[in-house]
Design a protein around this ligand. Sequence first.
Ligand SMILES: NC(=O)c1ccc[n+]([C@@H]2O[C@H](COP(=O)([O-])OP(=O)(O)OC[C@H]3O[C@@H](n4cnc5c(N)ncnc54)[C@H](O)[C@@H]3O)[C@@H](O)[C@H]2O)c1
Length: 310
Amino acid sequence: MEQKTGGLKIGVIGGGLMGHGIAYLFAAAGHRVGIYEPADEIRASLPERLQAIATLLDDDPAPLRAIESHAALAAAVAGADFVFEAAPEKLALKQQIFAELEALVAPAAILASNSSAIPSTEIGRHLQHRERVVGTHFWNPPHLVPLVEVIQNAFTGEDVVRRTMALLREAGRTPVHVRRDIPGFVGNRLQHAMKREAIALVAAGVCDAETIDTVVKEGFGARTAVLGPMEQTDLVGTNLTLDIAEVLYADLDRTVGPHPYLRERVKAGKLGMKTGEGFRKWTPEQAEAVRTRLSRFLATQAKARRSKPA
Ligand SMILES: NC(=O)c1ccc[n+]([C@@H]2O[C@H](COP(=O)([O-])OP(=O)(O)OC[C@H]3O[C@@H](n4cnc5c(N)ncnc54)[C@H](O)[C@@H]3O)[C@@H](O)[C@H]2O)c1
């Protein structure tokens, strides 16, 4: 990891899956990081998990010395310029954390939530300085996936959005400004629109689940990292897209709520790789192979991105 000179103090709330990756990013960008993690076991595992990221990315681990973990919130966020909350996905818990933060950090410090589904509007609703609360939706793993959706909620100040995006950009992320705090923000709405259709196709017997994965990975997915859907539409022409939409859209799945086929899987205990079957069947070795393939692919992409000339 190349030491840079960011020089801010960043508080991270929760040292779990997302929190440790977020902490790593900011230490790599030259900031001091304080992690609040109440669970002793998880706190104790942080040095090893942070080192594993440095190893995966072939980084110099020296900047990890700028990360401290704490069992007390006040110690972790003392003097913080920004706080990124990555605690469990429960509204009451997040509201409580933000209420405590308000009393602990300076009014100018920005309070960001990594919540996937809980609107930051609700998390910050009862605060005195709610204009400094913003959503920052990192993708898992946050040290490998560049996108961060910066969600401006009903109260967020423009300057808060601007400062948050600048911090993330300087830390090598790709922040995007989401102007309304709506469920799923942008990325998950797109992802789940596709999953809804995929599940309906399998349920209708049009193809099996493996075929869906092949169609995406070997078809339009092969170009998605370099050609977004709007670019692709402009590439082929909006008129062609309209012609296709006229024929296709009326035929797309419009089941209200989750598809019964998905509900059946869950009810039958077919929860995916962790139970050996979801939409597809998995041996532990096959499941591990998928995880390894994903991690290696993302790490290769992350390294290639960093070595690109500015
Ligand atoms: N996992 C993902 O793919 C993903 C992606 C984007 C956003 N998110 C969001 O990020 C947040 C964290 O998710 P995660 O996957 O890292 O969960 P996680 O369970 O791995 O980590 C949460 C951590 O918070 C700690 N914690 C428990 N109570 C706490 C408290 N009162 N204060 C502070 N920390 C506390 C837990 O001990 C745990 O280490 C959630 O809001 C989640 O929706 C997750």
